[in-house]
Write a protein that binds this ligand. Structure first.
Ligand code: ZN
Ligand code: ZN
Length: 261
């Protein structure tokens, strides 16, 4: 039986969940919805920083926070990254999602919303799990020369990252990352709202890692004790590839002695 507090939390998200099911039930039931959500997130989160990059020194208010000053992406570099992301989705991601849908048809969406505490706990748990999985994968693909050359080198094409370059990935790397970020919440039995929130947050944090600007409101500055690596850590990873392997949080690099900030 739910405690009164947990009922209140249920009620908090229930109207929103009811609205989603009533108005967008067909759309959110589609197996392609999480992919389209993540890809739309990539475009929306990256676009404002492309404008900031194009403005460059003409906007000193923002330019002062550029990490690698005087290293700006060209429009051609931006288009190449977007093209790579579209290509990877058409050739790898959409066919994989379609085959998965044929193999394991999804069940109906739940009628009840999660509690706020459940949602936040599940999201944090899934992000921490993803962070660990990618940390191990990332170390392996840097330490093994063959794996680096064949798989991960694509992502290191740019020493000075920019927002669109977060998805400058080989097909295998994107599939691996996409598999973890989409399947972790499902395998752990999380609510669909958790899965979608995780998808969007992962994309946002990944874009944030690559924007190339260390703004005062960056998460890495807000979260204390170096627990969140964020943009400054990942920008350094592109400059010194033997450091800062974790994608989001800072604890694994601190524990393993690979942290550099
Ligand atoms: Zn990167
Ligand atoms: Zn790397």
């Amino acid at each position: 039986m739910n405690s009164p507090n947990s009922c209140e939390q249920h009620l908090f998200l229930q109207p929103f969940w009811d609205y989603i099911l009533t108005e967008f039930g067909d759309i959110v039931s589609s197996p392609f919805f999480p992919v389209l959500l993540a890809f739309s997130g990539y475009l929306c989160f990256s676009f404002p920083f492309a404008i900031i990059d194009i403005l460059g020194e003409r906007c000193p208010l923002l330019y002062q926070y550029k990490i690698q000053k005087n290293k700006f992406p060209t429009v051609k570099m931006m288009i190449l990254c977007i093209w790579k992301a579209v290509y990877n989705h058409v050739i790898y991601v959409f066919p994989a999602v379609f085959l998965n849908w044929l193999w394991i048809p999804p069940g109906p969406l739940p009628q009840n919303a999660p509690t706020v505490c459940t949602l936040l706990g599940e999201v944090l748990g899934c992000l921490l799990l993803f962070d660990f999985q990618y940390f191990v994968w990332h170390v392996l693909h840097h330490k093994n020369h063959w794996l680096y050359k064949k798989v991960h080198a694509v992502h290191h094409k740019y020493v000075a990252p920019f927002s669109w370059s977060s998805q400058n990935l080989g097909g295998y790397e994107l599939m691996t990352v996409g598999f973890w970020s989409s399947m972790n919440p499902i395998r752990l039995g999380c609510h669909p709202l958790t899965s979608w929130t995780c998808n969007l947050l992962s994309v946002w944090m990944s874009v944030d890692d690559h924007i190339g600007y260390n703004f005062p409101w960056s998460l890495s500055k807000i979260v204390p004790w170096g627990l969140y690596g964020g943009v400054i850590a990942h920008d350094l990873h592109h400059q010194k590839p033997d450091t800062n392997f974790a994608p989001f949080f800072g604890h694994w690099d601190l524990i393993c002695g690979t942290s550099c900030v």
